[in-house]
Design a protein around this ligand. Structure first.
Ligand code: SF4
Length: 360
């Protein structure tokens, strides 16, 4: 199995029981779509996200009612809670008081120096980091006038402006996002940001679209950024159930060998040599391994002609043969199993390997 590749060397920022930056992990985030004040619906959605493999969840906090709901939400979930605030320092203070593990607010938008100081002081006292969210669509007016339109340099300048406000107050638990809906702009902005400062980067292609189109667009953009070794946490933004965002993010991190808590499926595209009902078996196995929290590679192949050899990196796999299945590990066939039980046999082997992984 290939090793997890190294990420950009960044500052380590603690968010609840997790660390963002300075390690090989890309932490997966999503955002709830419920009204935050609807505690039942919000907690239910967070539970589904957690089950899908979401590491950190963000909720919107646009008003007092939402802020009032935060303590109960926090007490009923298991993953770190990020509270998203625009401008309002009072809501930021309430969120910190309520136990938020991180807040997302741009210090340059809070207002007077006194208000900024109050928020920073409270965040520092409780060890709550701040995410600065630079967005190409909402850059400061003076930057748009200077650059003419949203550019990567304008976005980096905006980030540095907000960072400077926090650093001046000796606050360094900072995470920065540089979101744009234009993929090329996002790639350039993140690349330049990684050169300009060493705070961890939260990746995202904003407003990327519906499930299918948004998945392709986000994967293209974030894939290009991850490939450069940049990015410590990510959210896929889809106009879909947020559970889908987590599924896509998990698949993307797995693709780059950056998920230490998820198994990957290798499945052949099928061709005229196929000996088994591969598509339904692949879907069944994919569903099964979505619960496996070990970094295993599991292969499902239509035939034994090219199969096992082509999937040499698989920790365990099955290839179809006439009326039977061939179980193989790292390209070597280990035994034959009857067709009717081959999927169950594969699942048992997956469970065994996962146990071995955790026993190490
Ligand atoms: Fe075709 Fe076999 Fe390759 Fe699948 S593994 S694509 S069935 S040759």
């Amino acid at each position: 199995m290939s090793e997890i590749t190294h990420r950009k060397n960044t500052r380590r920022v603690r968010v609840g029981n997790l660390v963002i930056g300075g390690n090989d992990e890309v932490i997966i985030q999503s955002m709830t779509t419920t009204k935050t004040e609807d505690v039942e619906a919000t907690v239910e959605e967070i539970s589904r996200l957690e089950e899908a493999g979401c590491h950190i969840v963000r909720v919107a906090c646009p008003n007092e009612k939402a802020a009032d709901a935060l303590p109960e939400i926090k007490s009923r979930i298991n993953i770190p809670l990020v509270v998203d605030i625009h401008f309002n320092y009072k809501l930021a203070l309430k969120a910190i008081e309520a136990g938020a593990d991180k807040i997302r607010i741009n210090p340059g938008n809070i207002g007077s120096r006194e208000k900024v100081e109050m928020v920073v002081k409270a965040a520092k006292e409780k060890g709550v980091p701040i995410r600065i969210g630079v967005n190409a669509g909402s850059l400061e007016r003076h930057l748009l006038e200077k650059y003419g339109y949203p550019t990567a340099d304008a976005m980096v300048e905006s980030a540095l402006h907000h960072i400077a406000i926090l650093e001046e107050l000796d606050f360094h638990d900072i995470i920065v996002s540089m979101k744009a809906s234009d993929v090329n702009l996002a790639v350039e902005a993140y690349t330049k940001a990684a050169e300009a400062f060493s705070y961890p980067l939260h990746l995202g292609i904003t407003e990327s679209g519906t499930l299918f189109a948004g998945t392709v667009k986000s994967s293209a953009g974030l894939g290009a950024i991850l490939e450069k070794g940049i990015g410590n946490t990510m959210r896929i933004s889809l106009s879909a159930d947020p559970v889908e965002e987590v599924k896509v993010a998990r698949e993307l991190t797995k693709t780059f060998g950056l998920a230490s808590d998820a198994a990957t499926l290798i499945a052949c595209p099928t061709c005229g040599r196929i000996e088994i009902d591969l598509i339904s078996i692949a879907n069944d196995v994919e569903e099964y391994i979505s619960e496996v929290k070990a970094p295993l590679k599991v292969a499902v192949l239509g035939c034994a002609v090219n199969g096992p050899g082509e999937a040499r990196e698989a920790d365990i796999g099955i290839a179809g043969a006439k009326g039977e299945g061939l179980l193989f590990r790292h390209g070597e066939i280990i035994r034959k199993v009857p067709e009717e039980t081959m999927v169950d046999e594969l699942k048992k082997e997956v469970d065994k390997l996962a146990e071995e992984h955790f026993a190490k």
